[in-house]
Each structure stands twice: as structure tokens, then as C-alpha cells.
Design a protein around this ligand. Structure first.
Ligand code: ADP
Length: 724
């Protein structure tokens, strides 16, 4: 009703005719008075107020003065012009649709048909302002209307906006600050992570040898693995998996630790023991053994304190294999022990050697002196004299071979021996050997046989003298250590041909003698070693023969082995790789020397020692040789120059002489102009019998070398070989 009155009042105020024209029933005086009062009240309301129709046009029925002020309109007319006198014209066109939708929604939902919206308006001066709108929907007989209270909320909004912006700004600043803090944190975290990684790498590097590593808290009885080996794989499935320490310790020991080391291992891993040891030093270890796939492995467990020294609880345990180290230690210990044993044995051998030597030297010396005295006494008894002489000779030989052995060995130890490569016929070599050994064998009624059927290539390059020396030692032993009536066999076989015309030759010396115990076989090639000494066995010897033989064989690049059964006999095998002289048959043995070839041939004997000169002259003359002598090299050269060519059939040259030695004299003779003189055969006859002396003799131009004291047969053989 009130809206009707207000509309009528407005009409009256603005256009008195319109009411009459429209024929609208005008208000009576009383209603008009009431309406004026109401209008006055509403006009004077401090806030904006208006009423509009809730129909399609949304016509504004009333607007109070405060609303006009909001729109900066001085009159209602201006306001109507500005808004088109409708709610639609009042709201900013951009907000209208949203506002109407919101109002409809709120009214539908509100119990009291109230709504609240905010929207923009365009003021008369064009300024855009924000309004707060509290609306109330009312149904009336004259149609549905909205009562609306509005206020200009522009300042409030701006203030709120400013406040919000300030808050946003502040929060943005805070966010930036946070961001900076986070970035710094990230940076530091990265550095920490890198450092952590580096430390892990360092730890990994240092602990590379450890198969498994654990962290243990003794107080808490906890164990955490950091690296797991297959031996603890059944206790832990992955790293960092926490377990009970005491239980793991027992399970591991039960499963792996070798029973002899078990108690020690359990004790070493007990918290009490660990605390005790770590109180003294920051780390300690124990070595123990485990049974791993039927193999015994050596492991080392190292325990280090990882926590506070004042209360030991946090520790690190690492396990690693130490087979190599232990092996090395065992070997080192063995080397020291062996060296000690060898030193002891050498000491013992030396004392035995000295006592043997003194015995073995005295025996022949006594014999020589004794028989010489007897010979003197029995000068008239020719047969007794011969027998004494023979014995003196045998003892002298024995003494000589003893001295030779000792000298040879000492020479060998200084590495002065040279191995020659001369053409040599193996059957011939064996024949010579046979000749040298047969009388010794016959004395004991020992049958000595040679087997050469296994040789295809008889002529080889080797150091014949040395090889014969080796075989002499072995065959000599076979005879020495075989009883009367036994047998000795020397068999040579040629097993395989190798590249460059090399053949493998085996020299087997077998006997039916006393044999050699298994224990002694291990030392048989060591110097001065004898199974029984001379006093016990009654067999002379100093324990050097086989040492020398083995040294020579090895210098020739060969091997020497032994098979023996005590009581049954022994077999020594010398295996050598020799270069064959192709095209020479096994049967081509050198022609027999003709002993008559020496008769009435003239030899120049160059010898400075008067006694030697006499003995040698007598012996040579006993062979039918005509002997002329020279006391030194110079005289010899002179005699050669003065004599017609071919006058001397051969020269026997001593080496060590005053004025001019044998080498120089030979060189001077070889340098003579007349080839008939210069090419005279020269054979060294010298006590300088070492390998080097022999080599020098050849180098100076001599044809052969015979060592003093000489064997007459051997010397005559050499002479016959070279006499033209
Ligand atoms: P020697 O014969 O001077 O004692 P060796 O070095 O030639 O020195 O031999 C060393 C030891 O080896 C001999 O003392 C002997 O005990 C043993 N022996 C060597 N050959 C034989 C063998 N054929 N039969 C038995 N024992 C042997």
C-alpha cells in the first residue's frame, strides 16, 4: 500500500497533470498526509533507499535523497534520467546479469525473502562506485516489489582491497623470504648430501676389502648390516635391517666358524671382551677360519669403536678374507725355518765333511807314506817293489780325485765353468767311460754293460769331457755302492727329435746295489751329504760327486733324477737335449789308434819343473818316444825356429812357466812363418786344469789339453790322436 501512496506522491510532485490524465485515483487528504510523513521519514534516512517493482521492467517506484546523493543527482528527475527510472538502469550493465541472478537465488533460498548483493553504478559525473544492496522482496496487492537499502561501499571496498593487497604483498614478501630460506636450505642440503656421498665413497674405498660391514649397539644388543656377504645372507635380507646382535653372533659362529676357532671367536665377539679391548685401543682384529664349501678360508674380523670412548657401545665390525696374507706369513715362516734348518744342516754337513775329509785324505796319504817306506826297505825285491808302487799309485789317484772334487765344486760356486759345444760321438764316449770304469768294476766282480741300441743319431754337439765326468761320478757310485757279484748297466736312449735338429737323450745308470732310503733321496744332491759316513760304510767319499754331477747337468740345461729301492738297487737318469750332427751314423766309431805310431817320433817337452821333466821324460821314453826338453816357453820357441820343419812330431806344453808361459809360447809358434813349423800339434800338459784354463789353451792355438798328474794311457791316446 505504502508504495502506491509514494508513487502517487511522486507523480503529484513531478507532474500534477499526469495523475489527472491517467485518471489514477488520487490519495485523499488523510492518506496524503500519512504518505507525506512516510516519505519525509524515508527521504531523511541517512542511507540510500529505494523501491522498485519485481517485474520485467523493474521500475523504480521510490528513491530517497540519500540515494540521489549517492548518484550525485540533485533532483529526482536527474536521477530518473540517469537510471531510466529502473533497477536495470541503476546497476552497471556489466554487473546486471550476475546481480539479478544472485538476487533470485538468494530470495529463493532465504526464509525472509532477503538478499545481499554488491554491484557497481555509474554516477552522474561518470565515476564508477560500488554499492552494497540489502534487498527485501515483498508480495503486495499492487504487485511484487523490492525494498532496497543501499550504501556506497566504494571506500570500504577500496580500504578492504588495500588491506587485502597489503596482506597479499606481505604474504608475498613472506613467501619470497621463505623461498630464499628454502633455496638456501636446498643449497646446504645439496652440499651436505654431496659431503655425505663423498664420505660414503671414502668409507667404501677404505672398506673395499671387507666382505661385510655391521654397525652394532652393544647396550641395545642391536646389529645393523651395511654390507652383506653371502656368509651372512641367511641372517639379513637387506642392508639396514636391524637384528638382535647376540643371536646373530651365535648363528653365524654355528654355521661357519671352524670348530678349533669357535671358542676364541665367540669370546672375541662378546660385549665384555670388545669393551675391554676397545678401552685400550680404538680398533683391534682377530683372524679365524671358516669352513666354506669344503675349503678352509682365513678371515679377519676387525672391530672399531664408533662412539664415545668413555662408554663403549657403538661399534663397527668388518669381515674380510686374509688367505693371501696368512699364506704369505706361513710361507715367510717356512722360509725362515727352512733357512734355519739348512744352516743347521750345512753346519752339520760341514763338520761331517771335515771329519770325512780328514779321514779320506789321511788314509791315502798314510798309504803313500807307508808304502814308500816299505819300498825303500825292499829295494831289492822287485815284485814287492812293484806291488808297493801300485798301491802308492792307487792312493795317489784317490787323493787326486778328492782334491779334484773339492776344487771343482768351489770353482763351480764361483760360476767360472763353461760348457763347450764340440762334436762328440756318444758310443765313443761310452767306450771311454767303460775303459775308465771297468777295472774298478772287475775288482769287485761287478758286471758292467753298455746299451747303445736306442741311439739313432750318435754324433752330437756337447761337452764330452763334462758329460763323461758326470757319468763317471754316477757309474763310480754304482760300483762303489754295489756289492761283489752285482751288476751295473749304462743304457742310452734317444727319445724324441725336437726342432733345429735337437734330440732328447737319456743316460740311465742302473745298479743292483744297496739302494737309497726315501728320506736320503731328498738330500742326495746336497753337498757333503752321505747316507753313511766313511767310517760306518767303509766306502770312501766326501759327498760331493753327485752335487758336482747335478751342477754340470743343469749347466748343460738337463736334469738328473733318481729312482731307488733300498736293498734292490738304484737308477739315475740324466736327460739332456743335445744338437745332433746329422748324417753321422751310430756305428762310425773313430779308428783305433795305432800305439806303434809313437815309436821313434820326436816330442818337445816344455816343462820348467825339473822333477816333473824327469818323470815325464821317463814315461814318454817308456812309450818309445824320443824326448827333447825346454825349460820355458822362450827356449821352446827358439828350438822350434832352429829345428827343420817336421823335426818335432808334437809339442807337450806346460802352461805356468817363468820367462814365457805356455799360452804365449804357443801363440809365438803358431805365428812362425813356415807353416811346417807353425802347425806342429801342441798338447797342453798342465796342472791348470780348470775349464777356463782349458778354454784358454784352445784359444792360444793348442790342439788338446791333458791335466796333470796325467794318466799315461790317456796321454798316449792324446799324443797318438795328433801325431801326423
Ligand atoms: P760320495 O759317493 O763321495 O759319498 P756322492 O755325492 O757321489 O758322494 O754320493 C752321495 C751319497 O749318495 C753317497 O755317500 C751314498 O750314500 C749315496 N749314493 C750315491 N749313489 C748311490 C748308489 N748308486 N747306490 C747307493 N747309494 C748311493
Amino acid at each position: 500500500m505504502i508504495e502506491y501512496m509514494l508513487s502517487q506522491l511522486n507523480l503529484l510532485e513531478n507532474n500534477g497533470d499526469m495523475a489527472a490524465d491517467n485518471k489514477s485515483p488520487l490519495l485523499d487528504e488523510k492518506d496524503k498526509e500519512i504518505a507525506c510523513e512516510v516519505k519525509k521519514f524515508m527521504d531523511q534516512m541517512p542511507g540510500g533507499f529505494f523501491i522498485y517493482r519485481a517485474d520485467g521492467n523493474e521500475e523504480i517506484i521510490y528513491a530517497n535523497e540519500a540515494l540521489l546523493r549517492i548518484f550525485m543527482c540533485d533532483t529526482m528527475r536527474e536521477f530518473r534520467q540517469l537510471t531510466g527510472n529502473s533497477f536495470r538502469g541503476l546497476v552497471h550493465p556489466e554487473d546486471l546479469e550476475e546481480v539479478e541472478k544472485s538476487i533470485r537465488k538468494q530470495i529463493a533460498e532465504s526464509r525472509f525473502d532477503l538478499d545481499y548483493v554488491e554491484y557497481r553504478i555509474i554516477r552522474k559525473d561518470g565515476a564508477i562506485r560500488w554499492l552494497e544492496d540489502y534487498g527485501h522482496f515483498v508480495k503486495s496487492k499492487s504487485g511484487d516489489i523490492f525494498y532496497v537499502f543501499v550504501g556506497d561501499s566504494t571506500e570500504k571496498r577500496e580500504r578492504l582491497l588495500a588491506e587485502r593487497n597489503a596482506i597479499i604483498f606481505e604474504s608475498q614478501a613472506k613467501e619470497q623470504e621463505m623461498q630464499a630460506v628454502m633455496e638456501q636450505y636446498d643449497k646446504e642440503l645439496k652440499v651436505i648430501r654431496q659431503e655425505h656421498l663423498r664420505r660414503l665413497e671414502v668409507i667404501e674405498g677404505l672398506s673395499i676389502n671387507y666382505d661385510s660391514i655391521f654397525y652394532v649397539d652393544l647396550d641395545a644388543d642391536k646389529i645393523v648390516p651395511y654390507r652383506i656377504s653371502y656368509r651372512v645372507g641367511n641372517l639379513f635380507h637387506k642392508n639396514f635391517e636391524e637384528r638382535e646382535y647376540s643371536r646373530c653372533r651365535k648363528s653365524y659362529a654355528d654355521a661357519w666358524v671352524y670348530h678349533e676357532d669357535y671358542p676364541m671367536f665367540i669370546q672375541a665377539m662378546s660385549p665384555e671382551y670388545i669393551r675391554e679391548r676397545l678401552a685400550e685401543e680404538p680398533t683391534f682384529y682377530i683372524n679365524y677360519r671358516v669352513n666354506d664349501k669344503e675349503e678352509m678360508l682365513y678371515l679377519q674380523m676387525r672391530i672399531a669403536n664408533a662412539g664415545d670412548m668413555s662408554h663403549i657401545s657403538q661399534i663397527v665390525i668388518g669381515f674380510q678374507r686374509v688367505d693371501k696374507e696368512i699364506q704369505y706369513e706361513i710361507e715367510k715362516k717356512k722360509v725362515v725355518e727352512d733357512a734355519l734348518n739348512r744352516a743347521r744342516a750345512a753346519n752339520l754337513s760341514r763338520s761331517t765333511f771335515l771329519s770325512n775329509m780328514s779321514h779320506d785324505m789321511r788314509t791315502p796319504l798314510n798309504a803313500i807314506l807307508g808304502f814308500t817306506a816299505l819300498a825303500k826297505k825292499n829295494q831289492d825285491n822287485k815284485s814287492a817293489l812293484l806291488s808297493y808302487m801300485n798301491r802308492i799309485e792307487a792312493s795317489g789317484q784317490q787323493l787326486l780325485s778328492l782334491i779334484n772334487d773339492v776344487l771343482e765344486l768351489s770353482w763351480m760356486e764361483t760360476d767360472h765353468i763353461q760348457i763347450l759345444q764340440e762334436v762328440c760321438s756318444i758310443p765313443e764316449l761310452l767306450e771311454k767311460l767303460y775303459g775308465e770304469m771297468v777295472s774298478e768294476a772287475m775288482e769287485k766282480n761287478i758286471a758292467i754293460s753298455l746299451e747303445t741300441a736306442g741311439i739313432r743319431d750318435a754324433s752330437v754337439y756337447c761337452d764330452e769331457n763334462k758329460l763323461r765326468q758326470v757319468l763317471r761320478y754316477i757309474v763310480g757310485n754304482a760300483i762303489k755302492y754295489t756289492g761283489h757279484g752285482g751288476s751295473v748297466c749304462v743304457a742310452v736312449t734317444q727319445s724324441e727329435t725336437q726342432p733345429n735338429d735337437y734330440g732328447v737323450y737319456q743316460f740311465k745308470v742302473s745298479d743292483t746295489g744297496i739302494g737309497i732310503s726315501e728320506e736320503f733321496q731328498k738330500h742326495i744332491f746336497d753337498p757333503f751329504e752321505r747316507e753313511k759316513n766313511t767310517t760306518l760304510s767303509g766306502v770312501h767319499g766326501v759327498g760331493l760327486g753327485l752335487t758336482i754331477a747335478k751342477n754340470i747337468v743343469e749347466m748343460m740345461g738337463g736334469t738328473i733324477t733318481l729312482h731307488s729301492v733300498p736293498g734292490e738297487g738304484s737308477q739315475f737318469t740324466v736327460t739332456l737335449k743335445l744338437r745332433m750332427q746329422k748324417g753321422v751314423s751310430a756305428l762310425s766309431v773313430q779308428e783305433e789308434a795305432n800305439p806303434d805310431g809313437m815309436q821313434n817320433r820326436r816330442i818337445l817337452l816344455v816343462e820348467d819343473n825339473e822333477i816333473n821333466r824327469e818323470i815325464e821324460t821317463d814315461l814318454l821314453e817308456s812309450l818309445g818316444i824320443i824326448v827333447e826338453t825346454a825349460e820355458n816357453g822362450r827356449i821352446a820357441v827358439k828350438k822350434m825356429e832352429d829345428a827343420p820343419a817336421g823335426y818335432y812330431a808334437l809339442v807337450l806344453m806346460d802352461i805356468q812357466m817363468p820367462v814365457m808361459d805356455g799360452y804365449q809360447a804357443t801363440e809365438a809358434i803358431r805365428a812362425l812363418e813356415d807353416p811346417g813349423r807353425a802347425q806342429v800339434p801342441i798338447v797342453a800338459l798342465s796342472a791348470n786344469a780348470f775349464e777356463e784354463d782349458v778354454r784358454r789353451a784352445y784359444e792360444s792355438g793348442m790342439n788338446a789339453h791333458v791335466a796333470k798328474p796325467f794318466d799315461l794311457d790317456y796321454l798316449s791316446e792324446a799324443i797318438l790322436k795328433y801325431i801326423p
